[in-house]
Design a protein around this ligand. Structure first.
Ligand code: AMP
Length: 142
């Protein structure tokens, strides 16, 4: 069953497309958090970021700053968030990798409030930090 984003990529479902190359398609979010809210989607149909091929990941890495520059220029904004959710508990609603580019307007009345973030930070656990970093390094193969 193709995801809704694959159906948009295949143009079976209409969208306001802003970018397309061999690996990446971008279009306006249908329910924007702010004017100019764009979704950047790999054509490769993976649910989660960590499943992406290196080829798709590289293409996304190249496309994201280029699309962000175009969004800033078109909306006149200078600030924005890039959001990428993985998993239902992390607020992922569509099971096909996508990056949100969400402009942040200085005056909310102009373009909406953009993304609101609740940042529940805590001090890094001293005893856990070194073994945790080592465990991640080991799995990175470095
Ligand atoms: P997420 O919660 O990260 O999975 O975000 C999914 C996003 O997809 C939401 O911001 C939706 O508004 C957006 N969305 C869902 N269906 C469509 C559609 N047909 N066209 C454009 N955006 C969509």
């Amino acid at each position: 069953m193709p995801s809704i984003f694959t159906r948009i990529i295949l143009r079976e479902i209409p969208s306001h497309e802003v970018y397309r190359d061999a690996f990446v398609v971008a279009f306006l979010d249908i329910a924007p958090l702010a004017r100019g809210h764009v979704l950047v989607v790999p054509i490769e149909e993976c649910e989660f970021l960590h499943q992406l091929s290196d080829e798709s990941a590289a293409a996304l890495g190249q496309a994201l700053p280029r699309i962000a520059r175009a969004v800033l220029a078109a909306t006149g904004t200078t600030a924005y968030n890039v959001l990428q959710n993985n998993g239902e508990s992390a607020h992922q609603a569509v099971p096909h990798v996508h990056f949100h580019i969400i402009p942040k307007y200085l005056a909310p009345a102009i373009g909406g409030d953009g993304l609101a973030i609740q940042w529940n930070s805590q001090p890094l656990a001293v005893g856990d930090a070194a073994p945790l970093a080592a465990a991640i390094r080991e799995r990175m193969g470095v």
